[in-house]
Design a binder for this molecule. Structure first.
Ligand SMILES: Cc1cc2nc3c(=O)[nH]c(=O)nc-3n(C[C@H](O)[C@H](O)[C@H](O)COP(=O)(O)OP(=O)(O)OC[C@H]3O[C@@H](n4cnc5c(N)ncnc54)[C@H](O)[C@@H]3O)c2cc1C
Length: 561
């Protein structure tokens, strides 16, 4: 059966989409690739790449035909056919992850073969081919995701937090998977029976066709899918970046593109807080907004393209800065030595322990009040939770567009926690209702927040309000626990840098240089802090990206000294 139509990726609906995902190279372009690799004949039925293979080679078809298929017990699924002038591969050519599809010869002929290192060198030096290949690889990966054509099946339930976590982890890592819902798909129960699994063990992740993981951690999924390469712990790296949010990814892109040997450690998945934002509308160059997942997914691919290595579910557990050289611990393995370190581990907004809070994040629950959020709730009632300056600023700001602002404060008043000028503005603003000793106790709604319940802790009375916007302004905790006592922190635990460091802090760290710390440099030479984790940072994607890239310029200076 000719499955080529069925096998067409989603982009194939438009001719240009298909052409961009499966472009034909010109003779000149093929000739340029040929100088980098080797020509070789192919035979009918020859398997060029097997599913699960690591170090996947790249092929350009000179004559004959090769096809990419997803093997299965029944009929194999055809993903793509490559004829003369076309090339194989998708995003895993860049990430270095295992092959999702089998590549086999359907018509004998000749191919040009490049190994991954040769391909990366080509992409880094040939701008025209880089654009064509990167675009095709990313579009092919998106098509695999859209068609659920991966090497992973997740069996779970929409009501299970573990299922959501595992699905989110795969999505954030750009890995295609097929989801089977126990409540809706008969196939899900059949698969559980076949593997003798119990419903209580969900989510079940069937990895690469055979490994069955019962309620796995993200690290177990990453290991099964080979997300992380084996590290050579004896090599001293130019730069270790801790955190793959916007700040860390920016540092990786600039560092690797400028020739540094860069390793990024990420305790969870790439993207950071920005990855959980449904639409970022204030980032330069995206007038209609961009989802955090898309923005950071592209940044991730960009960092890999330039040769940065990124390890996921591999958090830094300790920074050692007392020896001759800095080292970063990652739990089990030996410490990683580095000549420079960029701390980009971000912050986590303090979240009240409320059921369904995460379900409403971005859909009625916000952690920042910018003109964008203000527009969303213009003319409506909103609640601001918190009694600090950020909550006060948000309440005053939102009162200019909202119908009424309910300010919920757990304490007896604002005097101890807020600046006097803000307290006066709140008191004088008829649109703000201050509710002291009051705590939010419930969030309700379907896909978006519709109702909020709060309790007056003095009277113990609970009140329910139809209200679609809640601003959680209860502060953020920096991810700095792993820094031990190595780095100077401010009173809230954020990393102090550059001019913010006092002479005493430099003296106690035995600052050894005649020059003062650079902007973004901590009290240890060659260790920088960028993004939300840095004391004084403005907590925006743009500033995280800006700081990540600026820090790399200072890293060069330090490495030269
Ligand atoms: C829901 C939401 C919506 C937002 N919307 C916007 C918006 O529209 N516009 C805007 O400008 N800003 C927005 N922000 C703020 C913006 O996302 C942050 O300012 C930005 O992500 C900060 O980037 P960062 O890289 O410094 O830190 P983070 O994004 O916090 O990334 C830090 C990364 O480090 C990792 N990490 C932590 N500890 C370790 C460790 N020990 N080892 C290894 N890795 C570690 C974390 O897992 C994380 O991936 C939003 C934030 C949220 C939560």
């Amino acid at each position: 059966m000719d499955t080529s139509d069925r096998a067409r990726p989603a982009e194939a609906d438009s001719v240009s989409g298909r052409e961009r995902a499966f472009p034909a190279l010109t003779e000149k372009q093929v000739a340029r690739i040929a100088t980098r690799g080797r020509r070789r004949p192919t035979t009918r039925g020859e398997v060029l790449v097997e599913v699960g293979a690591r170090a996947v080679p790249f092929f350009v078809v000179v004559t004959g035909e090769i096809e990419a298929v997803r093997p299965s017990e029944g009929a194999d699924t055809l993903i793509a056919r490559h004829q003369s002038g076309h090339f194989s591969g998708e995003a895993n050519m860049i990430t270095g992850r295992r092959a999702i599809a089998r590549l086999q010869v359907s018509e004998p002929g000749e191919v040009i073969e490049l190994d991954r290192e040769q391909l990366l060198a080509l992409i880094q030096t040939d701008a025209e081919l880089s654009e064509i290949l990167m675009r095709a690889f990313i579009m092919r990966r998106l098509a695999l995701i859209a068609r659920d054509l991966g090497d992973v099946v997740v069996i779970g339930s929409r009501h299970s937090a573990g299922t959501l976590r595992a699905s989110e982890f795969l999505t954030r890592n750009g890995h295609p998977f097929h989801y089977l819902d126990l409540d809706r798909d008969r196939e899900a129960q059949e698969l559980l029976d076949r593997f003798q699994l119990d419903v209580s063990e969900i989510p079940v992740v069937i990895c690469r066709g055979n490994a069955v993981l019962r309620d796995p951690t993200n690290a177990q999924i990453a290991e099964c899918l080979g997300f992380n390469e084996v590290l050579d712990h004896t090599r001293v790296l130019d730069l270790v970046v801790v955190g793959a949010g916007p700040a860390g990814l920016a540092a990786a892109v600039y560092g690797a593109s400028e020739g540094l040997d860069v390793l990024v450690l990420e305790s969870s998945s790439p993207g950071g807080q920005a990855g959980s934002s449904s639409k970022i509308e204030n980032y330069l160059g995206f007038p209609t907004g961009i989802s955090g997942l898309e923005l950071t997914g592209k940044a991730y691919a960009q960092a890999l393209k330039f040769g940065a290595r990124i390890m996921v579910t591999t958090g830094a557990t300790r920074l050692a800065c007392d020896g001759q050289r800095y080292t970063v611990d990652i739990g089990d393995g030996p410490p990683i030595p580095a000549r420079a370190v960029i701390i980009a581990s971000g912050a986590e907004y303090r979240k009240p322990a409320l059921e369904r809070l995460s379900a409403f994040e971005g859909a009625g629950v916000y952690y920042g009040a910018t003109p964008m959020e203000a527009r969303l709730c213009a003319g409506e009632d909103v609640a601001v939770v918190g009694g600090g300056n950020s909550a006060g600023q948000a309440a005053v700001f939102l009162a200019s567009t909202a119908r009424q602002v309910h300010m919920l404060v757990r304490g007896p008043g604002l005097a101890d926690t807020m600046s006097r000028y803000l307290i006066r503005r709140i008191e004088e603003n008829p649109s703000i209702v201050l509710r002291t000793r009051t705590e939010i106790v419930g969030l309700e709604g379907n896909t978006e927040l519709e109702r909020v319940r709060w309790r007056d802790n003095q009277t113990a009375e609970t009140e329910s309000r139809d209200l679609r916007h809640v601003f959680m302004m209860t502060g953020a905790n920096p991810n700095t626990q792993w820094l031990d006592r190595c780095i100077a922190l401010d009173e809230k635990g954020f990393v102090k840098t550059g001019p913010a460091l006092s002479p005493e802090e430099l003296a106690s760290a035995k600052w050894p240089l005649a020059r003062p710390p650079y902007l973004l440099e901590t009290n240890r030479p060659g260790i920088f802090a960028v993004g939300d984790v840095r004391s004084g940072n403005v907590k925006r994607v743009a500033s995280a990206v800006g700081e990540g890239s600026i820090a790399v310029a200072f890293v060069h200076q330090v490495l030269r000294q």
